[in-house]
Structures are given as structure tokens and as C-alpha cells.
Design a protein around this ligand. Structure first.
Ligand code: NCD
Ligand code: ZN
Ligand code: ZN
Length: 433
């Protein structure tokens, strides 16, 4: 029997500190507790002053295996996730080869289980090879060993409305969800940065807000008419938040995520011409970021997803136009949420549990993550020291790539322990197995 006793943590940052007993992967007692006398191997975690949350769930992670293991593998990405407080991540399909069939998704699932640090749920591609031409075999992937629950062509938009409609229709029958990277490709040919004052000043081809919003509006209508569920990836504009509010008020089954970088960073950063700030969708204006925070607090945007996108030095440290878009996110997500949402009073810790764990687990159809901290529940848990600050250093992160936009920043909130089914996967900033 493996036993862990967490001493003196405050679940959801509420009420008096309690002790939490975990035996064989399940929470078995809450209260003022001691290690059972007959249990000599029990591990005790002193958690005085710390907040206990359900383990985080990331609906949007890029692990680069198979294909670009020089930038991230399932093992290194899993380590970054565990250190960031995650117990489950969804690995996007834009690998090489693409995860558009049962062989690849089952491979990703098994590698994740072998690494044993987080549950790695493969996302299946919507279209064969992400080419946007014909549907991949969604049913085969949904019924495979990996039991694929989310499908997405992320990196690219399912731009053809007929294909998107068919995908939504199939998804309902299969009980899965389609996650859309909303970008009308005709409006973003050659796009490099948010279309606005900054892009005009710096001479970058613009990525207009309308390219995102037109697809989100279209897909909300398609989902509503097909009576299907839609998930919108990395919402970046205030206009998209307005469309989501409108669609939800009319009863459309739509959910949405926002990334930590779109909550904190703006296109003001582009003035340095440093491609570390290049990301898709692009960093928007300060007013967009402010409205995204409000929409997340209100529940119009359901959750935070990292869009963790590792890239090699040669693909980032080059001329802006040839640099690849994307930023690391797994180990900094909690801190950015504390900075933008908790310190501003927009969310309490109950709210953090909702946007980092409960809602993403529901959207991704996971039944054993994002659960209440109660007796009988699986012990997928994260302990957070809410007040301590730390300094981000790309080379110290567990990812192989080091493309963090937060280099040198001091951020609040430290993940002190992560438990997957009662097993400690990360503790005091180190992987524990
Ligand atoms: C992602 C990647 O690198 O795979 N890049 C990014 O800028 N977000 C693709 C994506 O999420 O669209
Ligand atoms: Zn995307
Ligand atoms: Zn992505």
C-alpha cells in the first residue's frame, strides 16, 4: 500500500488547514490526522500555508514526438507538465507523422503511460495529414486503446465549412469534441503580427481580428444547427469573447480556452523585433487582454490552456518572418494565472480550480481528473505555495526547447507538489521518480 499524508493544506484556499490522507491512489480521510501506526513507508508532506487544488488539466499541449524530438519528447513534456502542476495533458496532433490514425495516437498514449508523470491524451487530427481535404477516421481513433476524446487540426484551421460541418456531426455520434484553431486562411496570408498600430509601425503583415472572429461565428452557427459541441482554441480577441457570449446565451454548446500569454502579454512587446514574442494567434492589444481576463472570470471563456509550443533555437533565434510561432507554457501557466487573475481579484482559488482543472477535464471528457477534493475521489492533486515568487530561466525548465517569453521575470505562485493517482510526481521543483 502506498500512503501519502498531506499536513495542513487549505483545499481551494478556503477554511482552516486540514490533513489529507491518500491510500492506494484515493483520498481516504480529511481532518486532523496522523499516519496510520502500521504504515511505516508513508510519505508526509508538510503543506502549512499552501493551497490544495485538483491536478491541472491542459487541453492544448504540443509535445513534439514523433518527429521533432530535438525540441520536446513525451517524457520531457510530461516532466514539464508535472512540474507545472498538471496531472493530464492533451497532446496536439500536428506531429510528424500527423496523429491522424490509431497507430500514432495509441503510440502517444502508451509513451505517456510509460513516462508515468501525467496522463497524455492524444488529440486526433480532424483531417488526413492536417490537409483539410478529407476527414480522418475519427471513429477508429475514438475506439482505439487511446480512446481519443478531442479532435483538432490545430496549427491549421478546418477552413472548409462542409468538412467542419461533417466533423461536428460525427463528433456528436461518437461523443467527442472538435477543437478549432480559428483562423480564416485567406485573411492571414503572410500574416506576422496582430493587425493594428504596432504592425503598421513595425512593417509586419497583419493578422486581423476578423480572421479569428469570422471562423468562431461560423462554427458557433454550424455547431448549433448540427446540435453538436464545439471547442474554440486559444481565444485572442475581445470580439471573439463577444461572439461566445452571444452563442452561449442562445444555448449553443460551445466552450473556449485562453492561453496564459494572451492574458498577460500584448503586441507592445513586438517593438524589440524579438521572435520569442511570435505566436499564433498573435499577441493582441492591452484592451484585448483586459477583456479576455474579464471573460475568463465570468465563464464566457471556460478555461486556461497553455498552447505549450516548444521550438528549436534555430527556429526562434532568427529573422522574424522565418521564425516559427509558439511559446513554452506548461511550467509558467499557474504563475501567469496568479499574476493576471488572482492578484487582480478576478478569481479566487476556487476559480483557479475551475479554469485550470474542472472545466478542462469536463470539456475533454475525463472522468478521473478535475474531481472534488473529497473522500473516495482519485488523488490527482496539486499543492501551491501562493505567496512565494520565483524567477523564470528557460534553461532551467524541463522542456528541451527553452523558448519562454517570460525569461528573467519574477512571478508569484510556486507548485510545490503534484500527485498522480496518489503518487508524488513532482516535489519542490524536482521530478520524483
Ligand atoms: C503552434 C505550434 O507550434 O505547433 N504554434 C503556435 O504559435 N501556437 C500551433 C498552434 O497552436 O496553432
Ligand atoms: Zn492553434
Ligand atoms: Zn496549438
Amino acid at each position: 500500500m502506498t500512503t501519502v499524508l498531506i499536513k495542513g493544506a487549505r483545499p481551494y484556499g478556503e477554511g482552516d488547514p486540514v490533513d489529507v490522507l491518500i491510500e492506494d491512489g484515493v483520498i481516504t480521510d480529511l481532518g486532523a490526522l496522523e499516519v496510520p501506526a502500521d504504515d511505516t513507508d508513508a510519505e508526509v508532506i508538510d503543506a502549512a500555508g499552501q493551497v490544495l487544488l485538483p491536478g491541472f488539466v491542459d487541453l492544448h499541449t504540443h509535445l513534439r514526438e514523433p518527429g521533432r524530438e530535438d525540441t520536446e519528447t513525451i517524457a520531457t513534456g510530461s516532466a514539464a507538465a508535472a512540474l507545472g502542476g498538471y496531472t493530464a495533458v492533451f497532446a496536439m496532433a500536428n506531429t510528424d507523422p500527423v496523429a491522424d490514425n490509431a497507430v500514432i495516437v495509441d503510440h502517444v498514449w502508451r509513451r505517456g503511460q510509460e513516462a508515468g508523470l501525467v496522463d497524455v491524451h492524444p488529440v486526433g487530427a480532424v483531417t488526413v495529414g492536417l490537409k483539410g481535404e478529407r476527414l480522418a477516421e475519427l471513429g477508429t481513433m475514438a475506439k482505439s486503446e487511446a480512446k481519443v476524446k478531442v479532435f483538432s487540426d490545430d496549427g491549421l484551421c478546418v477552413a472548409d465549412p462542409l468538412l467542419m460541418r461533417r466533423a461536428l456531426e460525427y463528433s456528436t455520434a461518437l461523443g467527442v469534441v472538435i477543437a478549432q484553431h480559428a483562423e480564416e486562411p485567406r485573411l492571414t496570408v503572410g500574416a506576422q503580427a496582430h493587425e493594428g498600430e504596432q504592425s503598421a509601425r513595425l512593417g509586419y503583415t497583419g493578422w486581423p481580428a476578423s480572421a479569428e472572429e469570422s471562423i468562431v461565428a461560423r462554427d458557433c452557427l454550424l455547431a448549433r444547427h448540427a446540435n453538436a459541441r464545439l471547442h474554440v482554441c486559444h481565444v485572442s480577441t475581445s470580439g471573439t469573447a463577444d461572439i461566445l457570449r452571444w452563442a452561449k446565451e442562445r444555448g449553443t454548446q460551445v466552450s473556449a480556452e485562453v492561453t496564459p500569454h494572451h492574458l498577460l502579454l500584448t503586441d507592445e512587446r513586438l517593438a524589440t523585433y524579438d521572435p520569442i514574442n511570435k505566436v499564433n494567434p498573435p499577441l493582441r492589444t492591452g484592451s484585448d487582454a483586459e477583456k479576455l481576463r474579464a471573460a475568463l472570470a465570468e465563464g464566457v471563456i471556460d478555461c486556461v490552456a497553455t498552447d505549450h509550443a516548444p521550438h528549436a533555437v534555430q527556429d526562434k533565434d532568427c529573422e522574424w518572418n522565418s521564425a516559427r510561432p509558439g511559446m513554452l507554457g506548461l511550467q509558467t501557466a499557474l504563475s501567469i494565472v496568479v499574476e493576471t487573475m488572482v492578484r487582480t481579484g478576478l478569481l479566487d482559488w476556487r476559480g483557479v480550480a475551475r479554469v485550470m482543472s474542472e472545466r478542462p477535464a469536463e470539456i475533454g471528457n475525463l472522468t478521473d481528473h478535475g474531481r472534488p477534493i473529497e473522500v473516495g475521489e482519485p488523488a490527482n492533486l496539486t499543492l501551491v505555495d501562493p505567496d512565494t515568487e520565483w524567477t523564470v530561466r528557460g534553461v532551467e525548465l524541463a522542456s528541451i526547447a527553452a523558448n519562454t517569453p517570460y525569461e528573467g521575470m519574477r512571478l508569484p505562485g510556486v507548485v510545490t507538489a503534484t500527485l498522480l493517482r496518489g503518487r508524488i510526481t513532482a516535489r519542490e521543483g524536482k521530478i520524483t521518480q
